[in-house]
Design a protein around this ligand. Structure first.
Ligand code: PEP
Ligand code: MN
Length: 343
């Protein structure tokens, strides 16, 4: 951290800042210039977090030099990471296609959706057994029965499963059935849940909060990493905007920017961003062009009967189109399809 003093700061002001740093366990390095004095601070994350130098007399500005997130930061990594989910890689050299129903409704619907996903080239199956619904009257998911269906469909179709966990008390049972645990947008800052999924050692997909900054998102990932689990994939799924015709705004800048800030893979979920089927393919293409390491979409054998998010579920022609795009576009950007490297 660097503390910049005002041009007229007195020796007493400078001594006061040095004393503040040393009282909190840090080391101060004072460099006196002609115009102004700059104080460098060296200390652990705990020390830097407790400093409150901005309000001291004579201080104009305090600036952090290193990111407050350590384990997930790109600063200490020469190369971006590849995470493996049941043998399927997600990382900078490959492109991973994840598809499946928004919610597990029945065994037949889940099996059909998984077959559609596989046919389209997906190598991981998504599907929610626990659903975070805005309305408490809406379908909440099948719970453990849904997890069992996912595990059966994985055996039958051969795709590893990613599924959401909403509550820390369900983490163990979800981890027993799934290959990857999803933290949804509404739980991005549920710190107890983040620590609990981190402790399972299973790969985690961390969706970006509805209004989260990149730093808040990466600090949430740091909670998981701090429990010894660096198998984390970040998922940009659209942020809250002001335009009513789309559900959320897919932030493609997040893909490019967060890949510079962190070594973790970043994928996009154009389905939950768009909220409507006809925008899913163009948004997926935009995410791929921005450098996403993968894409996750909703598919459903009969979207008109879906109990959750039918309006955005792909079936038929748009799914065929997406299948073409995920096989043709990533190789133009130097990536191989994860399908060739799976299992
Ligand atoms: C989902 O992927 O099923 C989901 C609920 O997504 P989000 O948390 O991004 O809304
Ligand atoms: Mn959904």
């Amino acid at each position: 951290m660097v503390i910049v003093m005002a041009p007229g700061a007195s020796d007493a002001d400078i001594d006061g800042v040095v004393a503040h740093i040393e009282t909190h366990g840090g080391q101060a390095f004072v460099s006196r210039g002609v115009m102004r004095t700059i104080i460098g601070v060296v200390g652990t994350e705990d020390v830097l977090e407790t400093l409150d130098a901005a309000s001291l007399p004579g201080v104009v500005e305090t600036m952090r030099i290193t990111a407050p997130y350590k384990l997930v930061s790109a600063q200490n990594h020469t190369k971006r990471s590849t995470i493996r989910v049941g043998g399927v890689p997600i990382g900078p050299d490959t492109f991973t296609f994840i598809a499946g129903p928004c919610a597990v409704e029945t065994a037949t619907q889940t099996l059909e959706a998984a077959q559609m996903a596989k046919h389209a080239g997906a190598t991981l199956l998504r599907g929610g057994a626990y659903k975070p619904r805005t309305s408490p009257y809406a379908f909440q998911g099948l719970g453990v029965a849904g997890l069992r269906i996912l595990a059966e469909v994985r055996e039958e179709v051969g795709l590893p499963v990613v599924t959401e966990v909403l509550d820390a008390s369900d983490v163990d049972v979800v981890a027993e059935h799934a290959d990857m645990l999803q933290i949804g947008t509404r739980n991005m800052q549920n710190f107890g849940l983040l620590q609990a999924v981190g402790a399972t050692g299973k790969p985690v997909m961390l969706k970006r909060g509805l209004t989260a900054t990149y730093e808040e998102w990466l600090m949430a990932a740091e909670y998981i990493a701090q429990r010894g689990n660096l198998d984390i994939v970040l998922c940009e799924r659209g942020i809250r905007g002001f335009e009513p015709s789309i559900r959320n705004m897919l932030d493609v800048s997040a893909v490019a920017m967060v890949q510079r800030l962190s070594h973790l893979p970043v994928i996009v979920d154009p389905s939950h961003a768009a909220g409507r089927r006809d925008l899913v393919v163009p948004l997926a293409a935009a995410g791929i062009a921005a450098g996403a390491d993968g894409v996750m979409v909703d598919v459903h054998p009969s979207p008109e009967t879906a109990l959750c998010d039918g309006a955005q579920a792909l079936v038929g022609e748009p799914l065929d189109e997406l299948a073409r795009i995920v096989t043709t576009l990533p190789p133009l950007l130097g990536r191989t399809s994860a399908a060739h490297l799976a299992g």
